[in-house]
Design a protein around this ligand. Sequence first.
Ligand code: NAD
Length: 301
Amino acid sequence: MARIGFIGVGNMGGPMAANLVKAGHTVTAFDLSPEAVAAAAAVGCKTATTAAECAAGQEIVVTMLPAGPHVRAVYGAPGEQGSVIDAVDAGTLLIDCSTIDVESARAVSASAAERDLAMVDAPVTGGVPGAVAGTLTMIVGGPKAAFERAKPILEIVGGKVVHCGDAGAGQAVKICNNMMLAINMIGVAEGMSLIKGLGIDPAILHEVSTAGSGNSWALTNYCPEPGMTKGAPANNGYKPGFTGAMMTKDTRLAVDAGMAAGVPLPLGAQAQQLFQLYGKAGMGDDDMSGIIRLLQPDLRD
Ligand code: NAD
């Protein structure tokens, strides 16, 4: 059993840390939010008061932070006081599960390499339900040897673990996945809104399309129309889940990457704008599936 430092125990990191505890590992948690730290303690984590303290003396450090700037700030660089890369023992394995830009993932991995530390980027898909159930898909980038070391830990928090290539490759695959989800989610929201506008029970469309060619993860597992999918944020006032702000970030990462690579993304760009609009309408901290309320304002009540 390993000693694991877990930094960022929010909506996703909290249940992932809980699953590592359940598997018998000794997990020390740190988060800027005292509520998140208290929740981690309640499921059996030890706690630390800084990221460096959380990382020191561990065999493995896992991070689950909001975005690239947070990840860069927490890992820092060798010799930078208070940084994780400076604080860890030689030989500590670093696993960043946050969804961030490919450039930040490569930069942090290069800083880790300066201290000969093995590191993988391992963003996830499967949402909070997958984090709770330990069935996330882990999308991993980094050297093969680091991947092999990380795999047993990733298999606890995830049901499927895929090695995508070198540092940053996990992030590249993840942003494509989330751009597809964003487009799918808006598609489901439009279908659900249209069927109601045509005077037909949305449950009928749900029954037909989950068994038909209009199916998607968004429709089956995370339907934005209330009452269709058990456990979906739509049934709980669009409490996240995965916030609209996070989806705005991920679609922006995809659109930026498309621009850099010269790949046109007309629907990805449209989805990015719609999620930005969702935030401007004051709902960015709600679940991303709540974007349906731009089409059906009555669902806001
Ligand atoms: P969250 O906001 O619930 O959790 C992030 C946590 O990081 C917060 O508790 C915050 O206090 C903490 N934090 C921020 N800066 C910190 C710092 N410097 N030191 C320590 N803690 C810090 O977000 P989340 O939904 O858990 O998402 C985390 C990551 O996972 C994001 O990159 C997101 O894109 C990705 N993701 C989320 C989902 C989902 O469904 N929520 C699904 C897949 C991937």
